[in-house]
Design a binder for this molecule. Sequence first.
Ligand code: 1YM
Length: 652
Amino acid sequence: MNENTQLPEDDDAQPNNGPEAAASYTGEDIQVLKGLEGVRHRPAMYIGSTSETGLHHLVYEIVDNSIDEVMGGYASRITVRLHKDGSVSVEDNGRGVPVDTMADENRPAVEVIYTTLHAGGKFGGSAYKVSGGLHGVGSSVVNALSERFQVEVYRDGQVHYLACERGDLTHPMEITGTTKKQGTFVRFWPDPQIFETTEFKATILEERLRELAFLNAGCEIVLIDDLADDEEDRKKKFKFRGGISEYVKYLNRNQEAISPVIHFTKEFDDARVEIGLQWNSGYRERINGYANNIFTKDGGTHVVGLKTALTRVLNNYATKRDLIKGKESVTGDDVREGLTAVASVWLTHPQFEGQTKSQLGNSEVKGLVEQAVGEFLGMYLDENPGVGKKIIERAASAARAREAAKRARDIERKKAGLASSLPGKLTECSDRNPDNCELFIVEGDSAAGPAKAARNRNFQAILPIRGKILNVEKATMHKVLQNQEVANIISALGTSFGPTINLDKLRYNKTVILTDADVDGAHIRTLLLTFFFNFLPELIEQGHVYIALNPLFRIRKGKSKPAYVFTEAERDAIVKELGGNVEVTRFKGLGEMNPEELWACTMNPETRTLLKVNIEDQKHAEEVFERLMGTEVQPRKRFITEYARTVKNLDI
Ligand code: 1YM
């Protein structure tokens, strides 16, 4: 039926038919709760949004069913493919969705599963059911939101095919041939009537699929992108026998490790806890928590349990071995400086809490994790005293740096006294009400001149920063604070940072990053964002950070009003529209624009274009920064050229 479904078989990827394989499904196990109506009317209720994020959730929703089958031990491989016609397909080598006739419905189970809202098996593929994607809505929602939807089930030597349009069954299940394969294949075309964009991005899918492969050790996930320009981007295979251990190594790939990865799993009666830990020489703490494969952005009981246990175990160990002299203990923050950890738990009934349901709520989990870490880490350190010593030394040095930083801040405050401690380079605005005020951070003194001339001095302040500020991703806390540009930004904002941050003292409602429209400008902008992300994430979270888009070209015909455009494509389009004999100026830097232009294009609230920076997905932001700031040059170059001029909504 489908020319694209045949993929090379890999002999070592065989499903592990565990003891549960015998407990086969029958049509009667299906519970039908509700009809499909409504999904198309209120799509956001089911998939969160109809943006690019929502679009990609469709794929995760289908993949999650395959993952369930992997977790049950019935499948070992999942293939996701982006097709040239804009559709996407997901295939697994599991048991195949049930096709037998359901007694009370009098039609095949597979039809019911895909055309009925909330149809699901009483017995999941595994005890720890993912319960379908972020919103747990099931495959039928994907069908409802697709202009076309096709299913092939390979079961009992036969190919079973069905097709739908916008949720309606247009081709009831039919046996279309024989096969040696076993599994399920789903292909769909997202509905442009529903989604803001229907263009899937391999880079977005890749991130989640890699993560799933890490979390489910041994599961092979293949991503095929028929739209890729480069041959090397066409097919990517994710399979990690080491699972979380390899995940931690991957997260630390650009860091200098100071311990091996410490990895352990503990099974409880109806839960499983899996933890990976590694310390690096940086100062950042990164703990990624998961419950049943779902990333818990805001942590929860599993992360709390891990933190509590780490502090306790490491302090006990240090005391026992007399490793911290002149001090009684190290704090939790000290212990976690430079720590990269993944805490993945599997629960029969995970509870997600918080506004965005991104926090694990099950209270019993804290104790389980503490118990697992207590047992394993204590034993590990006893057996590996060299590693234990390094980790404790690391924490003790963090404690010293923390105390030194506090002393430095205290001195700074005393010096400042009552006098204003605003940086000399800051050109202030006259309004003193922060709600009205904007701070423009501009690149270099050459741009500061025109920006000062262009601004509205009532509410717009200008702070020039010199060239490339420190690359904070790679620098230590101590060095960052010594950097003058960084100190200027912090004192201009008035909030302090880190543990002493106080947003009530924020002096500007908007902080606007204004850099040249070239690669250097993009680099400086990224450095600034890295700085904000690391030291003032609250500022981004609460929507105070913006990027000003400044034009690349001015196009003028005769004496008419000039047009300003941001990309070469826009330039070509306008030049064509005006029909030749036009004057095109390419701005090499902000310094080349006259104040009127600068005001109109980047500063006047009525006419400028600002991008609000938001940390919708912190983990993704870290990935991006990692790519941009880390030591690998190639991915950085590619990212900058891909995004620098096309970005419309900067979701970092
Ligand atoms: C490409 C998407 O959906 N695979 C898949 C889904 C199911 C099964 C196997 C399955 C489950 C069970 C028994 C069971 C689903 N079954 C159901 C339902 N891949 C994909 N592979 N037999 C087969 O859970 O008992 C829903 S999904 F409803 F039948 F349980």
